[in-house]
Design a protein around this ligand. Structure first.
Ligand SMILES: [Zn+2]
Ligand SMILES: [Zn+2]
Length: 187
């Protein structure tokens, strides 16, 4: 069976993964599980930026791929970056198979606001669907409600739906492990 596998990276609440797993997986009509144990991301920490290099995490994740893995999503509580940007919410390998997302800047506490677990989870689902969409070759979408819309701040994430728009859906559908059955028509 082809699975969406969630991989905990460093300090991450497993309960949160259990809650978001089904919500992410249902967007791709795929079964899912959590890989355990995950790994310690210390090797990707860069002291001069006090952040973790997401591309280095993605490279390490390829060692966890098995034949049962359809896509692998790393989830971490640490702050991620790529060298040309101050931070990233996540990063994906275009066309697959791996993506990584960070909950660090999805939490209200990061912005000096009271914690809101539900909002953090919603944002994590949207961000996960977005990065997994990139692993299905989807690029950024102009529809601000689509999960594939670009977002450089959490306010933009909050405007999005969990899922992708019909246009993005048509593009990714052939790459999903379970194809929707086409009704046979009699003429
Ligand atoms: Zn993107
Ligand atoms: Zn779209």
């Amino acid at each position: 069976m082809k699975l969406l596998r969630l991989l905990p990276i460093g300090d991450i609440d497993l309960r949160a993964l259990e809650q978001v797993g089904p919500l992410i997986a249902q967007q791709f009509h795929v079964a899912w599980d959590i890989v355990q144990p995950g790994f310690d991301p210390q090797f990707a920490y860069h002291a001069e930026r006090q952040q973790y290099h997401s591309t280095e995490l993605l490279a390490r994740m390829t060692g966890f791929l098995g034949p049962e893995c359809w896509r692998m999503l790393g989830v971490t509580g640490h702050d991620l970056y790529i060298p040309i940007l101050t931070f990233v919410f996540g990063e994906a390998q275009m066309g697959g198979p791996a993506a990584v997302v960070s909950t660090h800047r999805l939490q209200q506490e990061f912005y000096g606001l009271p914690p809101d677990e539900n909002l953090s989870r919603e944002r994590l689902v949207k961000e996960a669907v977005h990065e997994l969409g990139h692993t299905l070759d989807l690029r950024h979408c102009d529809d601000y409600r689509c999960a594939m819309a670009a977002s450089h701040a959490v306010e933009w994430i909050d405007l999005k739906e969990n899922g992708v728009c019909p246009g993005c859906n048509d593009r990714m559908a052939p790459l999903l492990p379970v194809q929707k059955k086409v009704r046979f028509r009699f003429f």
